[in-house]
Design a protein around this ligand. Structure first.
Ligand code: HEM
Length: 238
């Protein structure tokens, strides 16, 4: 049994959730279902729940993630400048996180990312919320990743990282607030669920490729992913 299996979290209903009961067309449910394959690809490729995760591979993963966050946040900053009220509603300023990746890389003795993931501009608030879904949802899995990293003897001399679960005890609260704004956008503010979900899929798919998934040649800093089960509990939305 791999560490990933040991660390497999409880199904979604027992995990961080806002407890809403929703139907299949709910935009949050669609986001989760329709990006499940991309999430799995990212998870498998990064393989951060591996018991044998080396410092070098952790640095490689953080560097890739930092390059992605820099690009994703640049697009969202431009959107926030054009749509300040929408950005304030979702508390965009409090959700910026690329500086945490830079700080964690520095704590690991590594330089900040230089290369940025190629991502399209964010045209409107639907696309912004789709992109933000990918960024914000990662704080849920981040709780499990953090917990796992703390158990690895090979990383015992490393300071606690902050990029995976930036909100600490407020993780559930921040996720709930994001979900509320996103659902309200679609049900009561004229948002287009298809555009929102498409933006999330594009963002997630780009991240997966950036991390080395589904390419003919695997990125040199990755290793063959372990064959773990899903940690995200997708059985819930199959
Ligand atoms: C690499 C290792 C990763 C693991 C092991 C992992 C694991 C998980 C787990 C266990 C959950 C569900 C948490 C819960 O229900 O409380 C989750 C949710 C999520 N993760 Fe990841 N994750 C990883 C990486 C990422 C990355 C890099 C991103 C995006 C940047 C991401 C985006 C998401 C999203 C959007 C959700 C929310 C799903 C929903 O709608 O409920 N994950 N992840």
């Amino acid at each position: 049994m791999t560490a990933g299996e040991n660390a497999t979290p409880a199904p979604r209903d027992d995990a961080i959730d806002d407890g809403d009961r929703v139907d299949d067309r709910d935009v949050l449910r669609r986001l989760r279902t329709e990006t499940a394959a991309e999430h799995q690809a990212v998870e498998d490729t990064l393989d951060l729940l591996d018991a044998d995760l080396t410092r070098e591979r952790l640095v490689g993963a953080l560097t890739r993630m930092h390059g992605f966050w820099l690009a994703a946040e640049a697009g969202l900053d431009a959107w926030a400048a054009a749509h300040p009220a929408d950005a304030a509603e979702v508390d965009w300023a409090a959700r910026r996180r690329s500086h945490l990746f830079a700080a964690d890389l520095a704590a690991l003795g590594a330089p900040a990312a230089v290369d940025r993931t190629p991502l399209p501009d964010v045209a409107d608030t639907d696309q912004a919320l789709g992109r933000l879904y990918v960024l914000e949802g990662s704080s849920l899995g981040g709780v499990f990743i953090d917990r796992h990293l703390a158990t690895l003897p090979q990383l015992s001399g490393t300071a606690r990282l902050s990029c995976f679960s930036p909100y600490g005890a407020r993780t559930g609260q921040m996720w709930h607030a994001f979900r509320t704004v996103t659902r309200h956008r679609v049900t009561a503010a004229g948002g287009d669920a298809d555009r929102l979900v498409a933006a999330a899929r594009e963002t997630f798919g780009t991240l997966a490729r950036w991390c080395g998934a589904a390419g003919p040649e695997q990125a040199p800093w990755t290793q063959t992913p372990s064959r773990r089960g899903h940690t995200r509990g997708n059985e819930d939305v199959a």
